[in-house]
Design a protein around this ligand. Structure first.
Ligand code: HEM
Length: 327
C-alpha cells in the first residue's frame, strides 16, 4: 500500500486543511497520523477536518494528545504504534516519538549508541515517527528512520506544512498555505543541538541509558530468584515480567522513556505493594540484592550516591508490616 503520513498538526487547522487537499490529489490508500494532532490554537476544528477524511486514517497517540484526553475523549482510540506493509518499503512501524516512547527524540544528530537501544527490539526495517517537528530520512544499520516533519508547527527553514508520502519510496513533502510564515528562530540547527543536549543530560542518559538498567535489574532478579525470603513474595513462576516492570519504572523515574506508565498507568507503588507483606527484613534483603547489582556497575561516586539514596528511601517507604514495639 501507499500512504500519506502527517504528524504534529498541533491544532493548526489551515495547515492541515491544505495538506489534506493535496493528499486528496494523490493516489494513496490511507493516511497515517503520527500524533499530536490537536494541541494548539484550534483543536476541535483540526479533529473535525481529520474525521471528515474519506480515506482510512490510522491515528497514533502523541504525548500532547495524551494530555488532551479529558477535553477530547475521542483521542483515546488512538493506537500507540501501527504496522503497515508499505509498497517498496515492507513492514513499517509508525509511532509518535520512537516505538518505545512517545517522548523520545531522534534527530539527524542522534548518535549510534543512543539509536541502537531504541531500535534493538524493532523487527520492521522502517520506523516512522514525528515529535521533533523536523523532517528526517536516515539509516542506522538495517533500519531506516523517517520523520514526515510537522504539519502545523515545523522547526524548518522554509515556510509551509510538512508531511510525507510512503511507497514505493519515501517522499518528503512541503505544502504552502495562506498565512504560513517563515519560521522565526530558533533555527533547525539550534533545535537539533538543544534536543540532543537534553537527551543526554538526564540522569537516565548519564547512568548509561537502557543497557545500564537492563543489566542492573537482570542482576538484581538473579539475586531475588535464590532468596528464600523474597522469592515467595513474587507471585509468578517466571520473574521476567516483574523484571520488565521494575526496569521500566526505574528508567522512567530517572528521565528515560515513559513506557512504564504508558502500559501500567500511574506507578502508585505503595498501593501496588500493599498485597505483599514487606517487613524490614524483606526490605533489607531487597536492598542487599540491589547493592550487589549496583556494585558491579562501578558508577562514578556522585551517580552511585544519587541512585542508592533514592533506592534506600523508596524501599523504606514500601515497608508495610512494622513490628509494633510493646512497652
Ligand atoms: C522493599 C522491598 C520490596 C519488595 C519486597 C518488593 C516486592 C515486589 C513484588 C513482590 C512485586 C510484584 C512483582 C511483579 O511485578 O509481578 C513488586 C513489583 C514492583 N516493585 Fe517492588 N518490592 C520492593 C521494593 C521496591 C522498590 C524500592 C521499588 C522501586 C524503586 C519497587 C518497584 C516495583 C515496581 C515498579 C513493581 C511493578 C509494579 C506494577 O506495575 O505492577 N519495588 N515488588
Amino acid at each position: 500500500m501507499r500512504v500519506a503520513v502527517i504528524a504534529d498538526a498541533h491544532g493548526n487547522a489551515p495547515a492541515l486543511a491544505a495538506v489534506l487537499a493535496e493528499i486528496g490529489e494523490e493516489e494513496v490508500d490511507a493516511i497515517v497520523d503520527c500524533g499530536d494532532v490537536a494541541a494548539g490554537p484550534s483543536p476541535a476544528e483540526t479533529l473535525r477536518l481529520l474525521a471528515a477524511v474519506a480515506l482510512p486514517v490510522h491515528a497514533i497517540m502523541g504525548n500532547a494528545d495524551r494530555e488532551l484526553l479529558d477535553a477530547h475523549p475521542e483521542l483515546a482510540t488512538r493506537a500507540v504504534t501501527v504496522v503497515l506493509d508499505i509498497a517498496g518499503l515492507g513492514p513499517t512501524r509508525f509511532c509518535h516519538g520512537t516505538p518505545r516512547s512517545d517522548e523520545e527524540i531522534v534527530t539527524r544528530a542522534t548518535p549510534a549508541d543512543r539509536l541502537a537501544p531504541i531500535l534493538a527490539r524493532v523487527v520492521e526495517s522502517v520506523v516512522v515517527g514525528g515529535h521533533t517537528h523536523m523532517q528526517l530520512d536516515r539509516r542506522h544499520g538495517r533500519h531506516r528512520i523517517v520523520n514526515p516533519g510537522s504539519v502545523g508547527m515545523p522547526y524548518e527553514v522554509a515556510p509551509g506544512a510538512y508531511w510525507a508520502i510512503l511507497g514505493p519510496d519515501v517522499e518528503l513533502r512541503r505544502t504552502r498555505y495562506d498565512g504560513d510564515l517563515v519560521p522565526s528562530p530558533p533555527s533547525p540547527d539550534e533545535v537539533v543541538v538543544e534536543f540532543e543536549a537534553r537527551a543526554v543530560a538526564t540522569p537516565y542518559a548519564r547512568l548509561g541509558g537502557h543497557p545500564f538498567f537492563e543489566r542492573l535489574v537482570l542482576r538484581f532478579y538473579g539475586g531475588v530468584a535464590g532468596d528464600e525470603i523474597l522469592r515467595p513474595l513474587y507471585p509468578g513462576a517466571d520473574l521476567g515480567p516483574a523484571e520488565d516492570r521494575l526496569r521500566g519504572f526505574l528508567e522512567q523515574y530517572w528521565g528515560g522513556p515513559t513506557t512504564y506508565s504508558d502500559e501500567r498507568g500511574h506507578p502508585r507503588l505503595r498501593m501496588r505493594h500493599a498485597t505483599f507483606p514487606i517487613d524490614e527484613q524483606a526490605r533489607d534483603r531487597w536492598l542487599q540484592h540491589m547493592r550487589r547489582a549496583l556494585d558491579e556497575e562501578h558508577l562514578a561516586d556522585d551517580l552511585d550516591d544519587m541512585l542508592w539514596d533514592y533506592l534506600i528511601g523508596a524501599a523504606d517507604a514500601l515497608v508495610n508490616r512494622r513490628e509494633t514495639v510493646r512497652t
